[in-house]
Ligand binder design. Structure first.
Ligand SMILES: Cc1ncc(COP(=O)(O)O)c(C=O)c1O
Length: 457
């Protein structure tokens, strides 16, 4: 790539570290600088326009356009009160309004809300509260947290430790010593010959139970799960999975934390993934679509059981010794509240079912393609497995199928999210039926081109 001196790309290479990026290679290829957005499209500084099939990082639920309504709310709030914190009995109005709204929307009875600025921080807070709760219950040794292989809960030290991503632990002294990981429910790839979805789910629940028994139930505080594993590959759980997993958690008095950072706010065809899969969590983290990514904000909801333990801790210890400077920021909370108003006006759940249903049936039609092994999804969230040989479930050589899909996708105007041998689809929730059809047509062309390249090499 020809990088002009003093250009934005040259200055990027000079000054910037990019997450999830090969830093050596970045200095050679430089950045794709996105300069503006319109609806589900983004345009780079060279004028290339792409449809974003995963809403950036699963977050831009209202797309990438300038949004006058949201901008006005932020502007008005900045003019009224640019900042005030929520420490030591202090509050600001918009964070109270948003807390109330979240409790009203919660999929199961929830009691209180804590704000943070990212999904990682919300999950870190949940880990701390699981420990705090168990300590309040007189069980200070019940500190182990169980996540799932390939689960993703964030980059901060506790959240990444619960995540089952060895690539994100490597060469950091991670995961933290009290974190454990159980199997992940990828039925298509992991099921044994002749094993039904229900039998597979039973095996997953047995693996969880065996892990809890091996560790000692008196040492296990909590279990973390995303309703649909997003960064793990857009993996929809098989039938009966969560019912069986939750029965095990109940049996051993293990808290359940639902990570709704991706699934919350309509993504799975209900307000919450917990509704889609009938979850009964003790805590729920959310972020991303909470503000449609117009502001960095996350929330953790806790049920009354957790809240009562927190009250007991205040009696014992004094203050709740935890907090973030920008948590409950008046601008971020005002924006999130307006975003939720927009979702309600749009009837985001109906839209995710109707337009998401069209996306899903179109993707499922592509399951007939020679390189597509499996397609599963709910609402506006779907995963597609790319396979060299569908009959024997044999993948292509590692990385090659995803790289080919990515390359041809870009040529066809699509930004695709490749996760190993999988493609994940989670477009902005405002995508129209015509845009879904265009995405499917360009995807079909992309798969043909990728297949031709991979099979003639
Ligand atoms: C399910 C899930 N939880 C947590 C996070 C972390 O959120 P953040 O990047 O805002 O810290 C992510 C990010 O992709 C996520 O997908």
């Amino acid at each position: 790539m020809n990088i002009m001196p003093n250009s934005a790309a040259a200055r990027d290479i000079a000054y910037y570290i990019h997450p999830q990026t090969n830093l050596r290679r970045h200095a050679e290829v430089g950045p794709v600088i996105v300069s503006h957005g319109d609806g589900v499209y983004v345009t780079d500084e060279n004028g290339n326009r792409y449809m974003e099939t995963v809403a950036g990082l699963w977050c831009a639920a209202l797309g990438f356009s300038a949004n006058e309504r949201i901008a006005k709310v932020a502007y008005d709030q900045m003019r009224k009160l640019g900042y005030y914190h929520t420490y030591r009995h202090t509050a600001n109005e918009s964070s109270i309004d948003l807390a109330e709204k979240l409790i009203q929307l919660a999929p199961v009875p929830m009691s209180k809300v804590l704000f943070q600025c990212s999904g990682s921080e919300a999950n870190d807070t949940a880990v701390k509260l699981a420990w705090y709760y168990q300590a309040a219950m007189g069980r200070p040794d019940k500190i182990k947290i169980i996540g799932r292989e390939r689960g993703y809960h964030g980059s901060t030290i506790a959240s990444v430790s619960v995540s089952g991503k060895p690539d994100m632990h490597a060469d950091f002294p991670l995961p933290l010593p009290m974190m454990r990981h159980t199997e992940y429910p990828h039925y298509y790839r992991q099921h044994r010959d002749g094993e039904s979805e229900e039998e597979f789910a039973t095996r997953m629940a047995e693996a969880l139970e065996n892990l809890i028994l091996a560790e000692g139930p008196d040492t296990v505080a909590a279990f973390f799960a995303e309703p649909v594993m997003a960064a793990g590959g857009a993996i929809v759980p098989p039938k009966t999975y969560f019912a069986k997993m939750q029965a095990v958690l109940k049996k051993y008095d293990v808290l359940f934390i639902a990570d709704e950072v991706v699934c919350g706010f309509g993504r799975t065809g209900s307000w919450w993934g917990s509704q889609t899969f009938d979850l009964q969590p003790d805590m729920i983290s959310c972020a991303k679509a909470l503000s449609a990514a117009y502001q960095p904000i996350s929330a953790l909801m806790v049920n009354e059981k957790i809240h009562q333990a927190m009250l007991a801790q205040s009696d014992k210890l004094g203050a709740f010794a935890h907090g973030y400077t920008h948590a409950g920021h008046p601008v971020t909370t005002a924006v999130a509240l307006e975003v939720i108003n927009i979702y309600e006006e749009m009837d985001i759940v109906e839209r995710a079912q109707r337009v998401g249903g069209r996306m899903l049936s179109g993707l499922q039609a592509l399951a007939a393609h020679p390189m597509v092994g499996d397609v599963r999804g709910v609402g506006f969230l779907a995963g597609m497995e790319l396979m060299a040989d569908k009959a024997t479930r044999t993948p292509f050589e590692a990385g090659t199928a995803g790289a080919a899909a990515d390359k041809f996708g870009r040529q066809n105007g699509l930004i695709l999210r490749v996760i190993g041998d999988r493609l994940a689809f989670a477009p902005p929730l405002i995508i129209t039926e015509d845009e879904v059809d265009h995405m499917l047509a360009m995807l079909s062309k992309t798969l043909d081109q990728a297949h031709a390249e991979l099979t003639t090499a």
